[in-house]
Design a protein around this ligand. Structure first.
Ligand code: RIB
Length: 324
């Protein structure tokens, strides 16, 4: 099995279940409250482990109970945490998450110890990058560290996946140039390109602008519609699984990205890796919380087998040629 290195944030999530999101100036009661391990980076590393990947995690937590709980959750998922920094002064990152009756969420984060994942931390861990085959990162830790991680991985010839979440105003041209996989959701694609992303045609056009900047594969996660894959061969929709009842979409994107990383590390062809990622993400939305919602490899593969009947998950081979 090829090795996966994940760089990213670790947060303790404070999750409030509400009927509807509060409006400005409104006070509402939470229906339920849970404190669960989260953070985009930690969720992706945890999902890599649960989905059968050989994963090492680069991150920082505080010397507090939340840090212990996060490390414990990752270790139980089989993730190597020996390079995770224990920050002296800052507390573990936090996220306040509201989940409404439709399963949609709103998130506010407090970076805390995640701030320690800068350029020098990544430089100190260059060996981890060199020993990996696939690397996966997001943008919830300092950008200079993330970009150092990507540049070092590219220079070492690794397969690089950047999940641009939370979406920045822009990504430097040199980072996009030669990037193997960029995996925005619709909102992130809109922010990155400044282009409309309502229709499939608009999604395709926006993705193609990123291909023109040198990204090899753009995979846009489009919720219930699945994922749009754009590369030099054209555009293809990899549909989501049907009949899924979402109770909480927190970490669905993280689970998708981990599924993609594990699928590629296992040597699955790209569309099969996306299918695996879609299956893992589909299961995650049926469960509450971030790391608590991530399925095992067996569960994801079972859903794929169960979905093999015609019509339930058929990967529509709709290819469109890139425009322009
Ligand atoms: O992607 C979901 C994650 O975003 C949550 O776990 C929260 O910690 C925020 O980082």
């Amino acid at each position: 099995m090829k090795k996966i290195a994940v760089l990213g944030s670790s947060n303790m999530d404070f999750v409030f279940t509400v009927e509807e999101m509060p409006r400005t100036g409104e006070t509402i009661k939470s229906l339920e409250f849970h404190k669960v391990p989260g953070g985009k980076g930690a969720n992706q590393a945890c999902a890599c482990g649960k989905l059968g990947g050989d994963c090492i995690f680069l991150s920082a937590v505080g010397k507090d109970d939340s840090g212990e709980i996060l490390l414990d959750s990752l270790k139980r998922a089989g993730v190597c945490t020996e390079k995770v920094l224990r920050a002296e002064k800052d507390t573990t990152g936090m996220a306040a998450i509201m989940v409404n009756a439709k399963g949609d969420n709103s998130i506010v984060i407090v970076p805390g110890a995640n701030k320690a994942c800068g350029k020098s931390y990544v430089e100190d861990n260059t060996e981890v990058i060199k020993e990996a085959d696939v690397v996966l990162t997001q943008l919830e830790t300092p950008e200079e560290g993330v970009y150092q991680f990507i540049e070092a991985a590219k220079a070492a010839g690794k397969t690089v996946i950047l999940n641009p979440a939370p979406a920045p105003e822009g990504i430097p041209e040199e980072i996009l140039q030669g990037l193997d996989y960029l995996t925005p959701n619709e909102t992130e694609l809109n922010k990155l390109t400044g282009m409309p992303v309502e229709t499939l045609e608009e999604l395709e056009k926006a993705s193609e602008t990123l291909l023109k900047k040198g990204v090899k594969n753009v995979i846009v996660t489009i919720g219930k519609r699945g994922a749009l894959l754009s590369n030099e061969a054209g555009n293809r929709i990899c549909p989501a699984f049907t009949g899924i009842k979402a109770v909480d979409t927190t970490a669905a994107g993280d689970t998708f990205n981990a599924g993609l990383a594990v699928g590629l590390a296992e040597g699955r062809p790209l569309t099969e890796a996306i299918l695996f990622a879609n299956a893992a993400a589909a299961i995650s939305v049926t469960r509450k919380g971030a790391q608590t919602s991530i399925p095992t490899k067996e569960e994801a593969d079972e859903l794929i087998s169960a979905g093999n009947e015609p019509g339930s998950r058929a990967c529509t081979d709709i290819w469109r040629l890139p425009q322009g």
